[in-house]
Write a new protein. Sequence first.
Length: 298
Amino acid sequence: MSPAVTATTAPPLTGAQWRELRAQHADRVDALIGDYLRRRKSGEKHPVIDFLFTYYGSRPAHVTRWHPGIGTALADADEYLKLPGYVRGRDGVHADPALVTERAEQLHSTVALLAATAGRPPRLGCFGLHEWAMVFRTDRPRHSLPLRLGAAGTNAVIESMPLRCTHFDAFRFFTEAAAPLNERQLSRSSQQANEQPGCLHTTMDLYRVCLRMIPLIESDLIFAAFRLALDARELDMCASPYDLTALGYDPVCVETPAGRAEYVRRQSDIAERGSLLRESILDRLRGIADTTDCAGKT
């Protein structure tokens, strides 16, 4: 363990204090996705919300479980010793400061990517066409949902509008016919140079950032990232070529001028919220990384 790492930087929370915080966290998670989680236990699928667990390789426990974050110790908290990344210290149970050293490279690269993204203006002219590009001229759509305009109508939209995707993890699922139509040919190596805060998927990825930092990062940030990712995912699918009306989602018809205007309005709101959250996550990760001098210059 680096001698620069401090196990705790705040007074320990009593059992009553942290259990109250945990209960409040459970209540807000239940209010947001409690019904979904109960249906999920019985095997019910949901093509919108499931994405946040399947694509990001997470489990409901990553959202439902409360974490205090590195630097805060919990009294009377032996149950946390059963979780990865927790140790007993002089002031109580807390996240293991050795994790900061072990994750130094990941912290550095994450801070660099977030900072690069935060330093660019949002681009709001993609109209969510990445989902359309994933079904362009193919008979194998990614979701078992009907296409709102049918295959021919979906192809016609892509043929009539420019593709301006900036997010590699969306671009890599473009069909073979759609990929050459994008204004940029994206790659993993160029990701940091292309990420920009207007992209819905870039905003959703703030949730992945928080997941990777458990238990160093507190549940307030994890929940905020999940809630924003859920809102971004809903717009993502409402603007997609799929018909989700049976699930209660009204389409954002980006093939029309009115639909594109609605998309940009909602995308702009999500981008603004994402920028604020990105700065909060950046501040937190820089503070964590600075304890081992691993953040570098960003």
